[in-house]
Design a protein around this ligand. Sequence first.
Ligand SMILES: Nc1nc2c(ncn2[C@@H]2O[C@H](COP(=O)(O)OP(=O)(O)OP(=O)(O)O)[C@@H](O)[C@H]2O)c(=O)[nH]1
Ligand SMILES: [Mg+2]
Length: 197
Amino acid sequence: MPFINYASREITCKLVYYGPGLCGKTTNLQWIYENTQQDAKGKMVTLATEAERTLFFDLLPLSLGTIRGFKTRFQLYTVPGQIFYDASRKLILKGADGVAFVADSQSARHEANIESLRNLQTNLRENGLDIETIPYVLQLNKRDLPTALPAEEMVKALQFRGEPVFEAVAPKGIGVVETLKALVKQSLARLKAGTPA
Ligand SMILES: Nc1nc2c(ncn2[C@@H]2O[C@H](COP(=O)(O)OP(=O)(O)OP(=O)(O)O)[C@@H](O)[C@H]2O)c(=O)[nH]1
Ligand SMILES: [Mg+2]
């Protein structure tokens, strides 16, 4: 659940970017960071290896305006995609208010997408989060690569609850804001539904 602080009139939502290794999760956050005005963003925290693989997580705090007099703060996290960091992934998902699944469009990564999605479902369940109702979007990233599978084929394999789908080229910012906006929209709608008028 979002954290609501009545004293400081702030709502904090945790949004997690999930997906297989090298699919572009960190690149999504980097693009958002680089293209957000100073007063709306906090410091981006990145814990990465020398090869720029996420080691534990990335964190980007954003302030996205006010809802019913409450400041809304979003904490964007990425998980490390490499298979052997599962304990970190599970920990980072704890208390998530929304998830963006970033799939890698390259045909060679098709199985990795499916495996990562299964891993997400397991880790959500183990954190007591409901995979059917948690705010959720699907991003098909790396649409610029010649080996990209047709989007329809990916949607067929990865979409499981009619969630919104966005085609993206994260380093160019294509589809990046759309993905975030859709996730924020779902999270706020859920918040409104749960908050007395
Ligand atoms: N061509 C292309 N390259 C991309 C795209 N998105 C990301 N990349 C590249 O893919 C590589 C991996 O991107 P990252 O954002 O670090 O991937 P990640 O999902 O954070 O990887 P892990 O931290 O290991 O889980 C980088 O070299 C990016 O520049 C894309 O849409 N198109
Ligand atoms: Mg990363």
